[in-house]
Design a binder for this molecule. Structure first.
Ligand code: ADP
Ligand code: MG
Length: 391
C-alpha cells in the first residue's frame, strides 16, 4: 500500500473510537470529487449480528434478535468464518453538512430498493462522516464494455433500470448516472447503483420552466418575448432574472435540459445519462462525449441531432440555439450511422444486424431531446429490448 494511502487509512482508523475493533481496512478502492472509499472487513459480523432493523409498521428501529447457537451436531467440523466486506465511504470534510445529510437521508429512503446499494450505518466524529455500505464486487467498466453482446447489454441495462425505476418511484433524481456509479459484476451479471451525493428530490429547487406548459401557452410566451427590442438577437434591456438551474452531474452525461438550464428538471435527466452509457457501449467509445464545458457539450449533441432539432429542444425551455459551426448540419446523423462509423463497419456494412437495431430503437427512446417524450424507467422495463435479455 502506498505511503500516503496508508497514512490516510491510519488517520481514519484513529479518528473513530473503536474503529479498529469493528473494521479492518484493506485498501482504497475509490477516490472521487467528494469522497474516498475503502474496502474493509466487518469484524463484528457473524460474531454477533449487530444490525438494527427498521420496522415499517411501528416506524421504529428494532434491535437485532438474540442469536442462539446450536450445539447439537457433534460431527460438525469447525467452519471458517466467511469474512464480510464493507465499503467505507469517507465523505470529505469540505462537503456541507446539508449535503452529507441529504445523501444519507436519500440512501435511507431507498434502503429497500432492488439494485440500489443499501446503507448499513453511518458514523460521525467531529467533522468527519463515514458511510458503511455492503461491499459489492464489480469490474471496471472500461474492461468489459467493448466485449458486451447485445444480450449482455440488455441484462446490464435491465439491472440499471430496475434501480432507477425504484429511485424515480421515490421521486428522487440521481443526477450522476455514469459507469463508475453503477457497480456491475459481469460474472454474476448483477449490478448496484451507488453514489447519491448529488441526488435530490424532484421539484426541490423548482421554478416554473416553459417546458411544463402546453404547446400553445409556450408559443404565446415566446412570441411575447420576441417582440421586445433586440440588439443582435439579445433584448436591449434584458430585464429577465439570470437563469439559475441545478447543473450538478458529470460532463458528457448531462441531459440537454440541464445544459439549457431548465428550472424544472425531472427524473428524465437520469434516463438521458443511461442513453449516453448505451451509446458508449454500442459505439465502443469511452468517453463518447468529451466536452470541457456546457457549450461544447451542446455542440456535441447538436452535431448528432442537427441544428433544427436542437433549436426545438432549446425553445422548449425558452432558449435560442444559434450556431455557425460548419460541422453542425441541419439534420444531423442517425445513431445507426454513428455506430457503424465508430465501430469501423461503415465500409463493409450498410445497416446494423437485427439485434443491434433493436438496441438502437431503445437508444432513441432514451436519448430523446424532449424530456417529456423520453422513455421513463418504468416504461423501459417493458420495452422489447429489456425483455430480450430475459429470454
Ligand atoms: P464519489 O461520490 O466519491 O464518486 P462513490 O459512492 O461513487 O463516491 O464511490 C466511489 C467509488 O468507490 C465507486 O466508483 C466504486 O468504485 C467504489 N465503491 C463505492 N461504493 C462501493 C461498494 N458498496 N462496493 C464496492 N465498491 C464501492
Ligand atoms: Mg461516484
Amino acid at each position: 500500500v502506498d505511503r500516503d494511502i496508508q497514512y490516510d487509512m491510519d488517520k481514519l482508523q484513529d479518528s473513530f473510537p473503536g474503529f479498529r475493533s469493528k473494521y479492518r481496512l484493506i485498501k482504497r478502492i475509490g477516490e472521487g470529487t467528494f469522497s474516498t472509499v475503502y474496502k474493509a472487513e466487518d469484524l463484528a459480523y457473524d460474531r454477533y449480528d449487530n444490525s438494527w432493523d427498521f420496522d415499517r409498521d411501528s416506524d421504529k428501529w428494532t434491535p437485532p434478535p438474540l442469536k442462539s447457537f446450536s450445539s447439537g451436531d457433534h460431527h460438525q467440523t469447525v467452519r471458517r468464518r466467511k469474512p464480510k466486506y464493507v465499503a467505507i465511504k469517507k465523505i470529505y470534510v469540505t462537503s456541507s453538512p446539508t449535503r452529507i445529510l441529504n445523501e444519507l437521508e436519500l440512501l435511507h429512503d431507498l434502503r429497500d430498493c432492488e439494485n440500489v446499494c443499501p446503507l448499513i450505518t453511518a458514523f460521525r466524529a467531529t467533522d468527519q462522516v463515514v458511510a458503511i455500505l455492503p461491499y459489492f464486487r464489480h469490474a471496471d467498466f472500461r474492461e468489459y464494455f467493448r466485449n458486451m453482446t447485445v444480450h449482455d447489454i440488455s441484462i446490464y441495462l435491465r439491472s440499471l433500470f430496475t434501480a432507477l425505476a425504484s429511485v424515480h418511484r421515490h421521486h428522487i433524481l440521481h443526477r450522476d448516472i455514469k459507469p463508475t456509479n453503477f457497480l456491475y459484476d459481469p460474472e454474476t451479471r448483477r449490478g448496484v447503483l451507488v453514489d447519491f451525493g448529488l441526488a435530490e428530490r424532484e421539484g426541490s429547487e423548482c421554478k416554473p420552466c416553459l417546458c411544463h406548459d402546453d404547446y400553445q401557452t409556450r408559443k404565446a410566451r415566446l412570441a411575447n418575448h420576441n417582440t421586445k427590442a433586440t440588439v443582435g438577437g439579445y433584448p436591449k434591456q434584458d430585464t429577465r432574472p439570470s437563469r439559475r438551474a441545478n447543473r450538478a452531474g458529470t460532463r458528457g452525461f448531462r441531459a440537454p435540459e440541464v445544459l439549457f438550464k431548465c428550472t424544472e428538471q425531472t427524473t428524465k435527466i437520469d434516463i438521458w445519462s443511461v442513453g449516453v452509457i448505451l451509446l458508449t457501449i454500442l459505439s465502443k467509445r469511452f468517453p463518447f462525449f468529451n466536452s470541457a464545458d456546457d457549450v461544447e457539450a451542446m455542440i456535441e449533441i447538436a452535431t448528432i441531432f442537427g441544428r433544427e432539432k436542437m433549436k426545438e429542444a432549446g425553445k422548449l425551455h425558452g432558449c435560442a440555439f444559434e450556431t455557425t459551426i460548419p460541422t453542425i448540419g441541419s439534420g444531423g446523423f442517425s445513431f445507426e450511422r454513428i455506430i457503424l462509423w465508430s465501430t469501423c463497419r461503415s465500409d463493409s456494412e450498410k445497416t446494423l444486424p437485427a439485434d443491434e437495431k433493436m438496441a438502437v430503437e431503445f437508444l432513441k427512446r432514451c436519448l430523446d431531446l424532449d424530456p417529456r417524450h423520453r422513455i421513463s424507467a418504468e416504461e423501459a422495463l417493458e420495452h422489447d429490448f429489456l425483455q430480450y435479455g430475459m429470454g
